[in-house]
Design a protein around this ligand. Sequence first.
Ligand SMILES: *Cc1c(COP(=O)(O)O)cnc(C)c1O
Length: 368
Amino acid sequence: MTDIPLVDLRAAHAEVAEEVREGFDRVLASGAYIKGPDVAAFEQEYAAYSGVRHAVGTANGTDALELALRALDLPEGGGVVLPANTFVATAEAVVRAGLRPVLVDVDPEHLLIDPARVAEVLPSAAALLPVHLNGQLAPMAPLLELAGDRPVVEDGAQSQGARQDGRPAGSWGRIAATSFYPGKNLGAYGDAGAVVTDDERLATAVRLIGDHGSGRKYVHERFGFNSRMDTLQAVVLRAKLRRLPAWNEARRAAAARYDALLAGVDGLTTPRTLPGNEHVWHLYAVRIERGRDTVLAELQAAGIGAGVHYPVPVHLQPAFRGLGHTEGAFPVAERAAAELLTLPLYPQITEAQQTRVAETLGKALARI
Ligand SMILES: *Cc1c(COP(=O)(O)O)cnc(C)c1O
């Protein structure tokens, strides 16, 4: 039996291969490989898709987060509230922007940043940085209400095309960042990212900071760095963006199939969707109360590319020891790290593949 990967990037490539090759030929012949008309066109298309006026292409998603935070000109060392259960890049960007990560726990049902925990740290917050984890939005209305005048920055790296109460990810906060890392729902062929916002002043600041602080050649208005989007990546992203609505729909269908296949399996909880959310299933992660690592090993031995996102929460990472948290600080995130198991899911996954995943998982659990 052939292996079932966690994500199948080749299957996505097959759908856009011709368009991408033509675009690459055109760009390679043009001799211009950074920014240019393809990046500008992608920025317009992605802004429209995100329901905002401006998008700025960046070199990757971590830079996009840093640029969004820097553009806000928050006071040096200001607290930025983010969930403990996220990819480490969210916290890295805060530190790199000269700010201070203020971690909070997540809600036990959806594992999204918990507004009740945010309320507790609000006095030390200069901004909120919710993460739209696994493809669904954090509870934006309560967070915006809590934030008051403080800016809300969305980490939308896992939520391209997701909506809440009909409103797209990226259009809720003052500014949002996303990643086009190859495995994301909209993935480049290398690193890329974007910042989206309705605020023209912020978009201009992001553009400036990500291009050596320069809007005009050799005039450097403010301190910046280099984080521009490659032209070839824009070609890929334009071709894939056109397919993204259909791909996200296919992910929803696949998630519903897993829900049905796994209903009633003992020892396992399927993921929950927050009411009002239109999920895009970047990851389909079940919770396994006992024996997660044994089950993971059995799936992998059977050629099924299951994974764990993320085995160690941010506050227990050696790199973030300086924040001063020890085990027990964020019990919900810690328990999730011990129980979560991500199953293969991508738009082209077949019913037969999903059935095999579910059967193998059921057998492994029965032996625990
Ligand atoms: C992928 C990801 C990032 C970082 O994106 P890169 O493009 O890899 O730098 C940031 N936040 C979250 C939640 C992510 O999943």
